[in-house]
Design a protein around this ligand. Structure first.
Ligand code: GLN
Length: 292
């Protein structure tokens, strides 16, 4: 694959190649010269040129003006350095909502939709819900959008993340209360019918942190800087104090953490403790019901 050098040589070469070409030829040349995946190239073309996917196909004879070729070359180069598509275009779809994302927040993952579905099933009508470590607001907003009767509180220790989440609530016309808080701190004394979280659960020494998209994501949203179970332990330890009797705690976790999380929940006295598998068949969410 072509590399994007610091001096911008490839970038300049791409501008020279793409300016004045028809869209159809430019797509082929960009592919040959960058080696990027076709799907990524199409997304970047649409974004740089302000076209829909249909317009990109039907407008293949249209010529690319020099200014737009520069923008396009810039975006292709960013992708070549490994920057995730979602950060380059600034949005990601999650549970049918278009969400703004920035490097201040984790990019929502499709497997997290499992947590959303389980929460929607368990939330009583008009129920109060808490999302811990909300990031872009993906989980809280997906649930609140599907359940306008819910009273949603979502918190994150990152003020920058809360800003992104608030913007996403506004853009999607969803009501939720967002708070900057170190886990349960800002909701001490409050009670909820359901608590959910997709906390940082990757172990500090996991090589995945140095690979792919994860290199560009906020490290504090990915890892607890320990064995990967630190945040999950903290969430379980504080959950009963803010759950109504019969209220559920549901947490996403890593592919090999289900047994450890089930152990924590049982030891804390939760009832109906169990795990659920994601679309890839991996035990991805575990939870229990507050029996106190
Ligand atoms: N699911 C993410 C991943 O494995 C990690 C998210 C998290 O730590 N909560 O890439």
């Amino acid at each position: 694959m072509a590399q994007c050098d610091g001096g911008g040589q490839l970038r300049n070469a791409l501008v020279g190649t793409l300016a004045g070409l028809s869209l159809g030829s430019a797509l082929r040349r960009a592919q040959a010269e960058t080696g990027l995946e076709t799907v990524d190239i199409r997304i970047l073309f649409c974004h740089a040129l302000g076209l829909s996917r249909v317009q990109l196909i039907t407008g293949s004879e249209q010529k690319i003006p020099a200014l737009q070729a520069e923008h396009l070359a810039e975006l292709l180069c960013r992708r070549l350095t490994g920057e995730p598509i979602a950060y380059i275009v600034g949005t990601r779809e999650f549970y049918g909502l278009a969400l703004q994302v920035s490097p201040d927040v984790l990019i929502p993952r499709p497997e997290t939709e499992l947590l959303v579905e389980l929460a929607i099933e368990r939330l009583p009508r008009g129920g109060r819900m808490l999302d811990l470590g909300t990031g872009s607001g993906a989980i809280a907003l997906a649930i609140a959008h599907a359940r306008p009767d819910a009273r949603m509180t979502a918190l994150d220790c990152s003020a920058a993340a809360i800003e992104v989440a608030r913007a996403n609530a506004l853009a999607n016309d969803v009501k939720a209360k967002f708070l900057v808080s170190d886990w349960y701190e800002a909701v001490a004394g409050e009670r909820f019918d359901l608590v959910v979280s997709n906390p940082p659960y990757i172990a500090a020494n996991d090589p995945h942190l140095m690979q792919g998209d994860l290199r560009f994501e906020p490290v504090d949203a990915l890892t607890d800087h320990g064995d990967g179970l630190g945040a999950l332990r903290h969430i379980v330890a504080g959950a009963q104090a803010c759950l109504e009797p019969g209220g559920w705690l549901l947490m996403e976790h890593g592919y090999d953490q289900a047994n450890a999380v089930l152990g924590m929940l049982s030891a804390a006295g939760f009832a109906s403790v169990r795990s659920w598998r994601d679309i890839a068949g991996i035990e991805r969410v575990s939870g229990g019901c507050n029996a106190l």
